[in-house]
Design a protein around this ligand. Sequence first.
Ligand code: C5P
Length: 216
Amino acid sequence: MKLLITAGPTREHLDPVRFLSNRSSGKMGFAVAQAAVERGHTVTLVAGPVTLPTPEQVFRVDVVSALDMLAAVRRLLPYQHALVMCAAVADWRPKSQSDTKLKKTEVPIEVALEPNPDILKTMLPLKEDRIFVGFAAETGDPLAEAQRKLTSKGLDLIVANDVTRPDAGFEVDTNLVTFLTPSEPPRALPLQSKLDIGRAIVDWLEQRERAAPNIT
Ligand code: C5P
């Protein structure tokens, strides 16, 4: 299969040296990419700013902001069988960006923000028979929130995890996730490495592709 995977945070710059971002390390998305190439799939990885090495045989496209990531996904999606959105896309960006470093005295006390587009929702009209997978990193009730996002983003699979646990979510090498789909009961996976979770996601994609081959 041809897979488009996104990973890492995005950075929303205020000026050339200051930005809004989040704690995503990119490890989960890079692990899915690694698992997919191990199985012989063709992987394009759209990565926000992270410090991880590119897995061998992965074609990597680096981006900075949510708008850059959207542009890359829009350009690359037509060639793919599936989109796996692991990236922690920043929800907002500063309304204005300065091309030069703001002086200490020029930095406003309040920063006006505007919402970033939702990449999955924006790509939904181009989905056709492609498989869309999302992640839901939650601090409250992970399954309820993930269920809501599965429906609202039109996904085939959402991978839910509780990011308040020390052994799951941001920065660490392990994760504890539950798979939710529109048709099956939720499937909780045991605590395991992000690479093994990546392999489970690739298993799911392969089964899904066998059940309903897409023609892309
Ligand atoms: O809404 P929330 O950010 O929690 O949803 C998470 C899922 O949606 C992830 O798969 C993430 O990559 C994707 N997402 C997106 N565009 C955004 C924000 C999140 O595609 N602007």
